[in-house]
Design a binder for this molecule. Structure first.
Ligand code: UT7
Length: 326
């Protein structure tokens, strides 16, 4: 059976930088508090003219170029996002049109910050079953448009960006080894966007308490995130009969530096094994893992045959890990 191997990565972040000092001017917080509690120094913000599919298309084109694959040769496009261009149709269809991937079918995955690993699992299943031979998986978000910049509980964390990978069916030992996905819908109200949907339709002129901004009970999310990220990463290693020391690069969802460090410590990773860029981009939800992966790849950190562990957690709650041979 053929492997599903990543043969190209790409990413795109908007030019505009919003620093913690900028945020001090917008809400009741300090740059020192933000750095101490999150490790974030700055995040990128999309220009008014940019939408999620623009970021996604830029990341996708960079990944295709690295892979040496023409857009027309892609069979399937999966976009992981919670900030699509429209409630529907899928942003993946808009990306398909923008990059000219005329032979691909396209759909979105909605699993919040875990969306990219959910998308990878779908790509793996499509390739392993023989249904596809080249798949584009993209994580893209313009979270700045669903953030209340006056809410200090949320606005300090998030940023905009996109990352993409091209997977190809290949013979050999390299590729995705396993996917481990979980959800628990009982945590809905700790992290969600109350409007506008069938619960809170735009037509009902929802009450002010239900404005369509992202809502989060950060400290409660924090505890479950560390627990779940550690457990699912361990599950992936156990399934392969491997241990933390076998991993060349651990790429966790860039939620908050304290979450990453607590998770890495629980699992026994050294600082050198863990990829962190949350300081520069904040939490970009579904885009965070593919942006980090692309950075690591372009810096030459990843070598053929390296063992890479991706680990994500997000609203839903959803969480998951992907173990792969680079
Ligand atoms: O992507 C996956 C989903 N999201 C996450 O993983 C996010 C998880 N959570 C977090 O990253 C953290 O919980 C936050 C960074 C959001 C908050 O950090 P925390 O250490 O959990 O702070 P806290 O909410 O427990 O608040 C501690 C104190 C409170 O004051 P009192 O009650 O102790 O007097 C807050 O009112 O800090 C206060 N506070 C702030 N102060 C200055 C909360 N936000 C701020 C702020 N600036 N921005």
């Amino acid at each position: 059976m053929k492997q599903a191997r990543i043969i190209g990565t790409g990413s795109y972040v908007p030019e505009k930088i919003r620093t913690n000092h900028d945020i001090e001017q917008m809400t009741d917080t300090t740059a020192e508090w933000i750095v101490a509690r999150t490790g974030i120094h700055q995040r990128r913000i999309a220009a008014d003219s940019q939408v999620t599919s623009d970021l996604a298309a830029n990341a996708a084109l960079a990944a295709l170029e690295m892979a040496g694959v023409a857009a027309q040769d892609i069979d399937q496009i999966i976009v992981a996002t919670i900030t699509g261009d429209y409630p529907w149709p899928a942003t993946a269809c808009i990306v398909q049109n923008k990059i000219g991937a005329t032979n691909a079918y396209a759909y979105d995955v909605s699993a919040a910050c875990s969306g990219f690993v959910y998308g990878l699992a779908n790509a793996y299943n499509a390739i392993r079953s023989g249904a596809a031979s080249k798949v584009l998986v993209i994580g893209a978000e313009v979270l700045s448009r669903i953030i209340d910049w006056g809410d200090r509980n949320t606005c300090i964390l998030f940023g905009d960006g996109a990352g993409a990978v091209v997977l190809e069916a290949q013979e050999g030992d390299c590729g995705i080894l396993s996917n481990h996905l979980h959800s628990d819908g009982s945590y809905l109200e700790l992290l969600y966007q109350p409007g506008y949907g069938s619960c809170n339709p735009l037509s009902a002129k929802a009450d002010p308490g239900s404005l369509p901004y992202l809502k989060m009970q950060g400290n409660e999310v924090f505890k479950v995130a560390v627990r779940s990220l550690s457990a699912v990463a361990q599950e992936a290693l156990d399934a392969a009969g491997l241990s933390t020391s076998d991993v060349d690069l651990f790429v966790p969802h860039q939620a908050n530096r304290r979450i990453l460090e607590a998770t890495a410590k629980r699992l026994g990773f050294t600082e050198e094994q863990v990829y962190i860029n949350v300081d520069r981009f904040g939490n970009t939800s579904a885009a965070s893992i593919p942006i980090a992966l692309d950075e690591a790849n372009r810096k030459g950190v990843l070598k053929d045959g390296d063992l890479v562990l991706l680990d994500a957690f997000g609203g839903g709650f959803t969480w998951g890990a992907t173990l792969l041979r680079w």
